[in-house]
Ligand binder design. Structure first.
Ligand SMILES: NC(=O)c1ccc[n+]([C@@H]2O[C@H](COP(=O)([O-])OP(=O)(O)OC[C@H]3O[C@@H](n4cnc5c(N)ncnc54)[C@H](O)[C@@H]3O)[C@@H](O)[C@H]2O)c1
Length: 345
């Protein structure tokens, strides 16, 4: 009889069902228990999916269940502490939701704990498994747009929340180049949060990568009236690729080509499948490993760091705490319209 990985999920909220479904869709996982500080959230997940064991305290689950794999599906502010506890409990793998952590220091501590305990830490940037993003990556690697110059994206609902997917995607599609420098600007006049973390009202950032490509990311900036739709675009010396969730357009000297990627399998399932191959030792390099997500956290922090340092932020970053939080604490980004609110709570 082949053995299965005993899986536990920490956090039974909105994203948890995607993980339950993907662990059940892929042979070799056995979801044995879940934990949530809110009993009602845990009970709802357990009754919907027929999960037998529920804990109020994830530490008790880690002690009792002899888990091989843990999914961390709580808000970003607790990712580091829970991941470090799970690593110390002796699991083989941890799949932590995005964003990896709200500061570089927390993300580095997660990776260090997992390295120390020999744990394979993955971050849930599941769009690395989207067929359209992968076709775009292949076309760019084949030279379809010449030398990549610029990646453009406009994102809503916070840099840490949705920006993490697109920044991670830019690096993935360009072959995971190391960031070199960043420059940005942030507006935060309202006391805005997303799942418990302070976020900007809006921001813009330019990031340069090794090899020369740059990225321009806009988060929650006002739309220009009657302006054109601005897709997730990669511009090169000889063309451009425009990426949708399920389609792709290549515009080059040979004209305009389009692809559609209708798929009934979710990228969460693909993520769980490849993650198991990494756990099994079948692949050396897993595309969603935390060392890659660490760069994504660093890029996000570099935009805040550029504001804090009033200039270019150069990599590697030395600031380990969130520069946004540091500026809020020190009153350097004063709230002008008081009234704390959370866009996702
Ligand atoms: N990959 C994606 O596309 C995607 C999509 C949605 C959410 N997410 C991420 O997933 C994470 C969770 O988001 P959500 O929307 O499911 O949040 P949610 O609020 O719906 O659920 C989080 C759950 O975690 C529980 N929790 C909090 N602290 C806990 C602790 N110490 N121990 C046990 N349980 C605890 C809460 O009670 C809650 O039930 C976030 O990091 C979010 O960014 C990722």
């Amino acid at each position: 009889m082949s053995s299965k990985y005993r899986v536990g999920i920490i956090g039974c909220g909105r994203i948890a069902p995607a993980h339950v479904n993907s662990f059940r869709a892929v042979e070799g996982y056995d979801l044995v228990a879940v934990a949530d500080v809110k009993r009602e959230a845990g009970e709802t997940l357990c009754s919907k999916f027929g999960i037998g064991t529920l804990y109020d305290d994830y530490r008790e689950m880690l002690q009792r269940e002899d888990l091989d794999v843990v999914t961390v599906a709580t808000w970003a502010g607790s990712h580091s502490e829970i991941t470090i506890d799970a690593a110390a409990a002796g699991v083989k793998g941890i799949l932590c939701e995005k964003p990896m952590a709200p500061s570089l220091g927390e993300a580095e501590a997660m990776l260090a704990a997992c390295d120390r305990h020999g744990v394979k830490l993955a971050i849930g940037h599941q769009h690395r498994f989207d067929p359209s993003w992968n076709r775009g990556k292949e076309l760019i690697a084949e030279g379809a747009i010449g030398q990549p110059l610029l990646a453009l994206c406009k994102v809503t609902d916070g840099l840490l929340n949705n920006g993490t997917h697109f920044i991670d995607g830019i690096r993935y599609i360009l072959g995971d180049p190391a960031p070199a420098w960043a420059m940005g600007q942030v507006e935060r006049r309202t006391d805005r949060y997303e799942r418990g973390e302070p976020i900007e009202d809006c921001l813009a950032g330019v990031i340069a990568f090794a090899g020369g490509a740059q990225a321009l990311i806009e988060v929650d900036l006002p739309a220009v009236e009657d302006g054109p739709a601005w897709p997730y675009t990669f511009v090169g010396t000889q063309g451009r690729v425009e990426l949708g969730w399920k389609d792709l357009t290549l515009i080059s000297a040979s004209g305009k080509q389009q692809w559609a990627f209708p798929s009934d399998e979710s990228s969460h399932v693909r993520q769980a499948r490849e993650y198991k191959r990494w756990l099994d030792g079948e692949i050396e390099d897993y595309r969603g490993s935390a060392d890659k997500a660490l760069h994504t956290v660093a890029v996000m922090m570099s935009i805040y760091e550029s504001v804090q340092g009033r200039g270019v932020a150069r990599f590697p970053l030395s600031t380990k705490e969130s520069p946004l939080k540091a500026m809020l604490r020190d009153g350097r980004l004063p709230v002008e319209k008081p009234g704390k609110y959370d866009i996702r709570a």
